[in-house]
Design a protein around this ligand. Structure first.
Ligand code: 8YV
Length: 323
């Protein structure tokens, strides 16, 4: 049997590339050059599979990819997939659920602690030489322990945050999800409420939903208005789940206390985005899953899924809509 031909569109760890070379004929982008759409179209004309991060897999791309059978995302989110177009062209899509849950939950706890206790702000100030002896009135924050965490989207990552927050920090957990999550209720004493109630009662509100037509701008002006004035908003899911202009307005008007953000409507973030100038906002460059081990695990899971699908063996990580 001849090996399937695949395109590696993003840098991946060496051992994952070795695995792919053993099982496939590999075309790899020259990462010393900027990515050009024309160049990508030229390559994908005759490949069976693509492994990539965040590439738009839509009608425009698929109409050029005459042999393509499968696309593997090195991410759990798959809002880059136009699922209808993939169905039309009979393309299987895979993603990387599970392996990043605990790591992303660590990042979210970091955002909660860093916003509530103003750590990044205090760090900047100290490095600027502003620490004055005896000044005990600066950087007073909000306790994390025994405060209330509202989780909008209680899936695997939400559960991992609830575990840390409840068992480690003795926080009360409120949550809203399309379906009730009995595990979170039993293990972490999470209380199921309407989204509005979660917003009204929480000291920290985090969203962890996939981005879809249903969740686009789920958090807007109305939702920020429902939050307590001294509450913090945390997002490490996808930028467009939040109406960023509404968030900026809520922060500018002091209608919420601050925000911890790993994701933005436009990534990389525009240098002029007002969020970058707000001391009560922690801004991270989408590093939720960025540990060496987790990124290695994600890349290997994505590579194995691509090979399995191209060899006709199916895979556990095909996205639900295309199973
Ligand atoms: C990274 C993520 O953006 O998995 C996701 O959906 O958002 C993150 O883990 C991405 O996968 C970068 O490799």
């Amino acid at each position: 049997m001849s090996k399937p031909k695949i395109f590696i569109a993003n840098p991946i760890p060496g051992f994952v590339e070795d695995y792919l070379r053993e099982n496939c004929e590999v075309v790899i982008w020259d990462f010393s050059k900027p990515k050009k759409f024309d160049g990508i179209l030229e390559i994908i004309k005759d490949v069976d599979g693509i492994i990539q991060v965040g590439m738009k897999i839509d009608e425009n791309l698929l109409s050029h990819a005459k042999k393509l059978k499968a696309v593997s995302n090195i991410s759990v989110g798959y809002n880059n997939f136009d699922v209808e177009a993939m169905k039309k062209y009979n393309i299987i899509g895979t993603h990387t659920p599970g392996v990043l849950d605990e790591t992303v939950a660590d990042t979210i706890m970091g955002l909660i602690i860093n916003t509530g206790r103003r750590l990044c702000e205090a760090d900047r100030d100290t490095k600027n030489g502003n620490w004055q002896k005896g000044d005990v009135s600066k950087f007073l924050g909000k306790d994390i322990h025994q405060s209330t965490l509202g989780i909008i989207g209680m899936g695997r990552i939400g559960e991992c945050v609830a575990k840390r927050a409840n068992l480690g920090f003795d926080m009360d957990i409120l949550y809203y999800n399309r379906k009730r999550n009995k595990l979170a209720e039993e293990k972490y004493n999470a209380k199921y409420l309407s989204m509005d109630e979660v917003l009204q009662k929480s000291d920290f509100v985090m969203v962890m939903t996939p981005l879809s037509d249903e969740t686009y701008h789920l958090m807007g002006e109305r939702e920020f208005n429902l939050m307590k004035k001294d509450a913090f908003f945390i997002n490490a899911s996808r930028g467009p789940v939040v109406d960023e202009l509404a968030l900026i307005k809520a922060l500018e008007e002091g209608r919420i206390a601050g925000a911890g953000l790993d994701v933005f409507e436009k990534e990389p973030i525009d240098k002029n985005n007002p969020l970058l100038r707000m001391d009560n906002v922690v801004t991270l460059p989408h590093i939720g899953s960025a540990t060496e081990k987790t990124r290695d695990d994600m890349a290997m899971l994505a590579a194995k899924a691509l090979v399995e699908v191209l060899e006709g063996r199916g895979s556990d990580v095909i996205i639900p809509e295309l199973r």
